[in-house]
Design a binder for this molecule. Structure first.
Ligand code: CAA
Length: 260
Protein backbone atom coordinates (compact mmCIF):
# COMPACT_ATOMS: atom_id res chain seq x y z
CA UNK A 1 0.00 0.00 0.00
CA UNK A 2 1.30 3.48 -0.90
CA UNK A 3 0.85 6.39 1.51
CA UNK A 4 1.66 10.08 1.25
CA UNK A 5 2.05 10.84 4.96
CA UNK A 6 3.54 7.54 6.16
CA UNK A 7 6.81 5.83 5.35
CA UNK A 8 7.18 2.14 5.99
CA UNK A 9 10.31 -0.03 6.00
CA UNK A 10 10.76 -3.64 7.00
CA UNK A 11 14.02 -5.29 8.02
CA UNK A 12 14.39 -8.72 9.62
CA UNK A 13 10.64 -8.91 10.36
CA UNK A 14 10.75 -5.55 12.18
CA UNK A 15 8.62 -2.78 10.70
CA UNK A 16 9.43 0.91 11.09
CA UNK A 17 6.49 3.22 10.46
CA UNK A 18 7.35 6.93 10.23
CA UNK A 19 4.72 9.66 10.44
CA UNK A 20 5.95 11.99 7.76
CA UNK A 21 4.70 15.60 7.76
CA UNK A 22 7.91 17.21 8.94
CA UNK A 23 6.88 20.77 8.00
CA UNK A 24 3.87 20.54 10.38
CA UNK A 25 5.78 18.66 13.10
CA UNK A 26 3.97 15.50 11.97
CA UNK A 27 0.61 16.84 13.17
CA UNK A 28 -2.23 14.38 12.64
CA UNK A 29 -4.42 15.87 9.94
CA UNK A 30 -7.35 13.95 8.46
CA UNK A 31 -5.11 12.37 5.84
CA UNK A 32 -2.59 11.02 8.36
CA UNK A 33 -5.38 9.55 10.48
CA UNK A 34 -7.03 7.92 7.46
CA UNK A 35 -3.73 6.49 6.28
CA UNK A 36 -2.88 5.22 9.78
CA UNK A 37 -6.30 3.54 9.92
CA UNK A 38 -5.73 1.83 6.56
CA UNK A 39 -2.21 0.82 7.54
CA UNK A 40 -3.36 -0.93 10.72
CA UNK A 41 -6.39 -2.48 9.03
CA UNK A 42 -4.01 -4.18 6.60
CA UNK A 43 -1.32 -5.00 9.20
CA UNK A 44 -3.76 -6.46 11.73
CA UNK A 45 -5.44 -8.68 9.13
CA UNK A 46 -2.24 -10.41 7.96
CA UNK A 47 0.61 -10.22 10.37
CA UNK A 48 3.99 -11.25 9.02
CA UNK A 49 6.11 -9.03 11.28
CA UNK A 50 7.34 -9.71 14.80
CA UNK A 51 7.42 -6.12 16.00
CA UNK A 52 6.57 -2.61 14.81
CA UNK A 53 8.28 0.66 15.71
CA UNK A 54 6.43 3.97 15.22
CA UNK A 55 8.37 7.22 15.04
CA UNK A 56 8.13 10.75 13.62
CA UNK A 57 10.10 12.21 10.73
CA UNK A 58 12.73 14.88 11.36
CA UNK A 59 14.54 15.54 14.62
CA UNK A 60 12.05 17.89 16.24
CA UNK A 61 8.78 16.04 16.67
CA UNK A 62 7.30 12.61 17.13
CA UNK A 63 3.81 14.10 16.57
CA UNK A 64 2.82 17.61 17.75
CA UNK A 65 -0.84 16.65 18.13
CA UNK A 66 -3.96 16.73 16.05
CA UNK A 67 -3.82 19.33 13.27
CA UNK A 68 -4.98 22.58 14.89
CA UNK A 69 -5.34 24.30 11.51
CA UNK A 70 -8.13 21.86 10.60
CA UNK A 71 -10.08 22.72 13.75
CA UNK A 72 -11.54 26.16 12.93
CA UNK A 73 -14.65 24.76 11.28
CA UNK A 74 -15.18 21.86 13.68
CA UNK A 75 -18.39 22.04 15.76
CA UNK A 76 -19.98 19.90 18.46
CA UNK A 77 -21.08 17.07 16.18
CA UNK A 78 -18.08 16.99 13.89
CA UNK A 79 -15.85 17.31 17.00
CA UNK A 80 -17.35 14.18 18.54
CA UNK A 81 -17.02 12.39 15.20
CA UNK A 82 -13.37 13.45 14.88
CA UNK A 83 -12.67 12.07 18.38
CA UNK A 84 -14.37 8.79 17.50
CA UNK A 85 -12.33 8.49 14.29
CA UNK A 86 -9.04 9.11 16.13
CA UNK A 87 -10.02 6.78 18.96
CA UNK A 88 -10.87 4.01 16.49
CA UNK A 89 -7.51 4.32 14.74
CA UNK A 90 -5.61 4.32 18.04
CA UNK A 91 -7.65 1.34 19.25
CA UNK A 92 -6.49 -0.54 16.14
CA UNK A 93 -2.91 0.21 17.24
CA UNK A 94 -3.60 -1.06 20.76
CA UNK A 95 -5.25 -4.15 19.25
CA UNK A 96 -2.34 -4.85 16.90
CA UNK A 97 -1.35 -8.48 17.68
CA UNK A 98 2.41 -7.78 17.69
CA UNK A 99 4.31 -5.48 20.07
CA UNK A 100 4.28 -1.85 18.92
CA UNK A 101 7.04 0.43 20.22
CA UNK A 102 6.69 4.22 20.21
CA UNK A 103 10.13 5.70 19.42
CA UNK A 104 9.48 9.25 20.62
CA UNK A 105 12.07 11.45 18.95
CA UNK A 106 10.76 14.92 19.88
CA UNK A 107 7.47 16.61 20.77
CA UNK A 108 4.73 14.13 21.70
CA UNK A 109 1.90 16.52 22.43
CA UNK A 110 -1.86 16.06 22.46
CA UNK A 111 -2.72 13.48 19.81
CA UNK A 112 1.01 12.68 19.62
CA UNK A 113 1.15 11.54 23.23
CA UNK A 114 -2.17 9.77 22.72
CA UNK A 115 -0.65 7.92 19.77
CA UNK A 116 2.41 6.96 21.83
CA UNK A 117 0.17 5.67 24.64
CA UNK A 118 -1.76 3.47 22.21
CA UNK A 119 1.55 1.67 21.55
CA UNK A 120 2.74 -1.03 23.97
CA UNK A 121 5.58 1.00 25.42
CA UNK A 122 7.47 4.23 24.86
CA UNK A 123 11.22 4.63 24.34
CA UNK A 124 12.14 8.32 24.27
CA UNK A 125 15.03 10.43 23.12
CA UNK A 126 16.48 12.64 25.86
CA UNK A 127 15.23 15.62 23.79
CA UNK A 128 11.62 14.40 23.69
CA UNK A 129 8.87 16.48 25.30
CA UNK A 130 5.52 15.21 26.52
CA UNK A 131 2.21 16.86 27.31
CA UNK A 132 -1.51 17.12 26.72
CA UNK A 133 -1.83 20.87 26.05
CA UNK A 134 -5.43 20.76 24.75
CA UNK A 135 -6.81 22.98 27.54
CA UNK A 136 -4.60 25.81 26.18
CA UNK A 137 -6.74 25.60 23.02
CA UNK A 138 -10.04 25.45 24.89
CA UNK A 139 -10.22 21.71 24.20
CA UNK A 140 -9.72 18.45 26.03
CA UNK A 141 -7.75 15.41 24.83
CA UNK A 142 -9.95 13.52 22.39
CA UNK A 143 -7.97 10.57 21.05
CA UNK A 144 -7.96 8.60 24.29
CA UNK A 145 -5.73 10.85 26.44
CA UNK A 146 -8.14 11.28 29.35
CA UNK A 147 -8.51 7.51 29.59
CA UNK A 148 -5.10 6.07 28.72
CA UNK A 149 -2.94 8.52 30.71
CA UNK A 150 -4.59 7.68 34.03
CA UNK A 151 -4.26 3.98 33.27
CA UNK A 152 -0.56 4.52 32.53
CA UNK A 153 0.46 6.72 35.47
CA UNK A 154 -2.53 7.02 37.83
CA UNK A 155 -5.46 9.39 38.09
CA UNK A 156 -3.91 12.23 40.09
CA UNK A 157 -0.80 12.77 37.92
CA UNK A 158 -2.94 12.44 34.78
CA UNK A 159 -5.29 15.15 36.08
CA UNK A 160 -2.36 17.45 36.83
CA UNK A 161 -0.85 16.99 33.35
CA UNK A 162 -4.20 17.49 31.61
CA UNK A 163 -5.34 20.47 33.74
CA UNK A 164 -2.03 22.38 33.49
CA UNK A 165 -1.48 21.64 29.81
CA UNK A 166 2.24 21.91 30.66
CA UNK A 167 5.03 20.26 28.69
CA UNK A 168 7.38 17.86 30.48
CA UNK A 169 10.84 16.40 29.83
CA UNK A 170 11.51 12.81 28.84
CA UNK A 171 13.17 12.20 32.20
CA UNK A 172 10.09 13.44 34.07
CA UNK A 173 7.90 11.20 31.90
CA UNK A 174 10.18 8.28 32.79
CA UNK A 175 10.04 9.09 36.50
CA UNK A 176 6.24 8.86 36.24
CA UNK A 177 6.38 5.51 34.42
CA UNK A 178 5.02 6.89 31.17
CA UNK A 179 8.29 6.23 29.35
CA UNK A 180 10.08 2.89 29.68
CA UNK A 181 13.57 4.17 28.77
CA UNK A 182 15.26 7.43 27.83
CA UNK A 183 18.22 7.27 25.44
CA UNK A 184 20.56 9.75 23.80
CA UNK A 185 18.79 11.30 20.79
CA UNK A 186 21.13 9.85 18.15
CA UNK A 187 20.74 6.33 19.55
CA UNK A 188 16.96 6.17 19.73
CA UNK A 189 16.25 4.03 16.68
CA UNK A 190 19.24 1.80 17.39
CA UNK A 191 17.88 1.16 20.91
CA UNK A 192 14.37 0.43 19.61
CA UNK A 193 15.81 -1.93 16.97
CA UNK A 194 17.79 -3.76 19.68
CA UNK A 195 14.61 -4.23 21.74
CA UNK A 196 12.71 -5.33 18.62
CA UNK A 197 15.49 -7.82 17.77
CA UNK A 198 15.15 -9.41 21.23
CA UNK A 199 11.45 -9.81 20.53
CA UNK A 200 12.08 -11.41 17.11
CA UNK A 201 14.23 -14.11 18.78
CA UNK A 202 11.31 -15.31 20.91
CA UNK A 203 8.29 -17.38 19.92
CA UNK A 204 6.11 -15.04 17.83
CA UNK A 205 3.05 -16.92 19.01
CA UNK A 206 3.97 -16.68 22.70
CA UNK A 207 4.77 -12.97 22.33
CA UNK A 208 1.30 -12.34 20.87
CA UNK A 209 -0.46 -14.43 23.52
CA UNK A 210 1.47 -12.61 26.27
CA UNK A 211 0.57 -9.22 24.79
CA UNK A 212 -3.10 -10.21 24.77
CA UNK A 213 -2.93 -11.45 28.35
CA UNK A 214 -1.53 -8.10 29.56
CA UNK A 215 -3.63 -5.79 27.36
CA UNK A 216 -6.97 -7.55 27.77
CA UNK A 217 -6.28 -8.52 31.38
CA UNK A 218 -5.63 -4.90 32.36
CA UNK A 219 -9.30 -4.05 31.88
CA UNK A 220 -10.50 -7.06 33.95
CA UNK A 221 -10.56 -7.69 37.66
CA UNK A 222 -7.75 -9.93 38.97
CA UNK A 223 -9.83 -13.14 39.07
CA UNK A 224 -11.00 -12.63 35.47
CA UNK A 225 -7.47 -11.68 34.41
CA UNK A 226 -6.08 -14.88 35.93
CA UNK A 227 -8.74 -16.89 34.10
CA UNK A 228 -7.69 -15.24 30.82
CA UNK A 229 -4.03 -15.91 31.60
CA UNK A 230 -4.75 -19.61 32.28
CA UNK A 231 -6.65 -19.95 29.01
CA UNK A 232 -3.85 -18.32 26.97
CA UNK A 233 -1.22 -20.35 28.88
CA UNK A 234 -3.13 -23.46 27.77
CA UNK A 235 -3.15 -22.23 24.15
CA UNK A 236 0.62 -21.78 24.27
CA UNK A 237 0.96 -25.43 25.33
CA UNK A 238 -0.79 -26.61 22.17
CA UNK A 239 1.70 -24.79 19.90
CA UNK A 240 4.60 -26.03 17.78
CA UNK A 241 6.61 -23.16 19.26
CA UNK A 242 6.21 -24.64 22.76
CA UNK A 243 7.48 -28.05 21.54
CA UNK A 244 10.42 -26.36 19.79
CA UNK A 245 11.23 -24.03 22.71
CA UNK A 246 11.18 -26.79 25.33
CA UNK A 247 13.12 -29.26 23.12
CA UNK A 248 15.73 -26.60 22.29
CA UNK A 249 16.26 -25.95 26.01
CA UNK A 250 16.65 -29.65 26.78
CA UNK A 251 18.96 -30.18 23.77
CA UNK A 252 21.00 -27.06 24.69
CA UNK A 253 20.53 -25.34 21.32
CA UNK A 254 18.91 -22.17 20.01
CA UNK A 255 15.19 -22.60 19.22
CA UNK A 256 13.89 -22.14 15.66
CA UNK A 257 10.35 -20.88 16.11
CA UNK A 258 7.73 -21.14 13.35
CA UNK A 259 5.13 -18.95 15.06
CA UNK A 260 2.62 -21.83 15.03
N1 CAA B 1 -1.27 21.34 14.17
C1 CAA B 1 -0.98 21.99 13.02
N2 CAA B 1 0.23 22.54 12.77
C2 CAA B 1 1.16 22.43 13.75
C3 CAA B 1 0.92 21.77 14.96
C4 CAA B 1 -0.36 21.20 15.16
N3 CAA B 1 -0.68 20.51 16.25
N4 CAA B 1 2.04 21.84 15.72
C5 CAA B 1 2.95 22.52 15.00
N5 CAA B 1 2.43 22.88 13.81
C6 CAA B 1 3.07 23.63 12.72
C7 CAA B 1 3.16 25.11 13.05
O1 CAA B 1 1.96 25.76 12.78
C8 CAA B 1 4.30 25.52 12.16
O2 CAA B 1 3.81 25.64 10.84
P1 CAA B 1 4.13 27.00 9.97
O3 CAA B 1 5.62 26.96 9.81
O4 CAA B 1 3.37 26.76 8.72
O5 CAA B 1 3.66 28.13 10.80
C9 CAA B 1 5.22 24.31 12.17
O6 CAA B 1 4.43 23.21 12.59
C10 CAA B 1 6.38 24.44 13.15
O7 CAA B 1 5.82 24.72 14.43
P2 CAA B 1 6.29 25.98 15.34
O8 CAA B 1 6.80 27.09 14.48
O9 CAA B 1 5.17 26.28 16.28
O10 CAA B 1 7.51 25.32 16.11
P3 CAA B 1 8.05 25.74 17.56
O11 CAA B 1 9.35 25.02 17.71
O12 CAA B 1 8.04 27.21 17.74
O13 CAA B 1 7.00 25.12 18.60
C11 CAA B 1 5.55 23.42 19.48
C12 CAA B 1 6.83 23.72 18.68
C13 CAA B 1 5.72 23.79 20.94
C14 CAA B 1 5.30 21.91 19.38
C15 CAA B 1 4.36 24.20 18.86
O14 CAA B 1 4.34 23.97 17.45
C16 CAA B 1 3.02 23.83 19.41
O15 CAA B 1 2.67 24.23 20.50
N6 CAA B 1 2.25 23.02 18.65
C17 CAA B 1 0.90 22.67 19.04
C18 CAA B 1 0.90 21.60 20.12
C19 CAA B 1 -0.52 21.28 20.55
O16 CAA B 1 -1.23 22.14 21.07
N7 CAA B 1 -0.94 20.03 20.34
C20 CAA B 1 -2.27 19.59 20.69
C21 CAA B 1 -3.18 19.69 19.50
S1 CAA B 1 -4.86 19.39 19.89
C22 CAA B 1 -4.99 17.72 20.00
O17 CAA B 1 -4.04 16.99 19.79
C23 CAA B 1 -6.34 17.21 20.38
C24 CAA B 1 -6.44 15.77 20.58
O18 CAA B 1 -6.43 15.28 21.68
C25 CAA B 1 -6.61 14.87 19.46
Amino acid sequence: MKFETLEFDVKDRIGVLTISRTQALNALNAQVLTELGLFFEELNSKIDLCCLIITGSGDKAFVAGADIKEMSAVDKNSGAEAAQKGQKVFQAIEDCPIPVIAAVNGFALGGGLELAMACDFIIASDLAKFGLPEVSLGLIPGYGGTQRLSRYIGKAKAKMIIATGDIYSAQKAKDWGLVAEVVEAGLLLEKCMAIAKSITKRSPLAVRLAKRAVTDGFELNQAEGLELEAELFGQAFSSEDKTEGVNAFIEKREPKFSGK
